[in-house]
Ligand binder design. Structure first.
Ligand SMILES: O=C(O)c1cccc(C(=O)CC[C@H]2O[C@@H](n3cnc4c(=O)[nH]cnc43)[C@H](O)[C@@H]2O)c1
Length: 253
């Protein structure tokens, strides 16, 4: 069954629709994104969390909570409240070696849920193999290309590749290897992208995912996390993104 797409805001074209909704998990990520954008922000309460409506750029930033369910619920509430031209899932992530070292910025060319399915005697079967739904959303390639180019011109080297959404953070070499084998070229794993993309798809709004790497995907080692470094990279990435052009490009698709 395909998702039912609705236009929740018919008759509201123009400037209102020309905003980017950035969905992050936690307030520290929202603050990093906002530091990268010009002007202050007005806080608007929503059922899914606090929405920060940026004054100096056409961007709203929502701290939705950790995990795909919280992200989907909060993104849906925001998309129901106002029209948007583009949605982004953003925040820190684990990076797959050798593609995405700590501090790297990752742009998703596919947003893939990696653990939605069933264990079978033959191994993991995702929900599409079971006959349900979807496990992948594809951001508009032109939006990804434009974002990557803009980051590059500001000396932010962005890695492009699939970003996996997981409900359980990977904590072993074996699990990291199994994910990399099942998803060749996977650049990062995080916990919200697929939830945000599922919500955006239901409102017919294009979506992309931008992550900055705080830790390697692999054996659990909390001492190795570099959250400050990843948040600084997140701020730099949002300072470099050409938001209006990205929304315009998304509207062409
Ligand atoms: O307790 C642990 O071992 C552990 C390791 C990495 C991350 C966590 C989190 O609870 C962070 C979840 C939060 O941050 C994003 N994130 C950051 N790194 C990863 C990761 O390696 N795998 C999945 N998600 C990651 C995630 O999107 C959440 O918002 C705990």
């Amino acid at each position: 069954m395909t998702a039912h797409v609705v236009d929740a805001h018919p008759g509201q074209p123009g400037p209102e629709r020309a905003r980017l909704l950035v969905v992050v998990a936690v307030p520290a990520e929202a603050e990093a994104v906002l530091r990268g954008l010009p002007g202050g922000a007005e806080a608007v309460p929503l059922p899914g969390g606090v929405l920060h409506r940026c004054a100096g750029a056409p961007v709203d930033v929502l701290a939705a909570g950790v995990g795909p369910a919280a992200a989907a619920a909060a993104a849906s509430a925001a998309l129901a409240a106002r029209p948007y031209g583009l949605v982004a899932s953003a925040g820190i992530a684990g990076g797959f070696a050798p593609h995405a070292p700590v501090g790297a910025t990752v742009l998703a060319d596919a947003i893939v849920v990696a653990d939605l399915g069933a264990e079978t005697p033959e191994g993991f079967a995702d929900v599409t193999e079971l006959g349900f739904g979807t496990v992948r959303h594809t951001p508009p390639p032109a939006v990804v290309a434009l974002a990557g180019k803009a980051l590059g011109t500001r000396d932010v080297d962005a890695v492009t590749g699939p970003v996996l959404t997981v409900s359980t953070v990977t904590g072993s070499t074996e699990r990291a290897a199994a994910l990399a084998a099942r998803h060749p070229g996977a650049a990062a794993e995080a916990m919200e992208g697929f939830g945000v993309a599922e919500a955006a798809a239901r409102y017919g709004v294009p979506v992309f995912e931008l992550r900055t790497v705080s830790n390697p995907v692999g054996p659990r080692d909390r001492a190795a996390w570099r959250i400050g470094e990843a948040l600084a990279a997140l701020e730099r990435a949002f300072a470099a993104l050409p938001v209006r052009e990205l929304i315009e490009e998304a509207g062409r698709g």
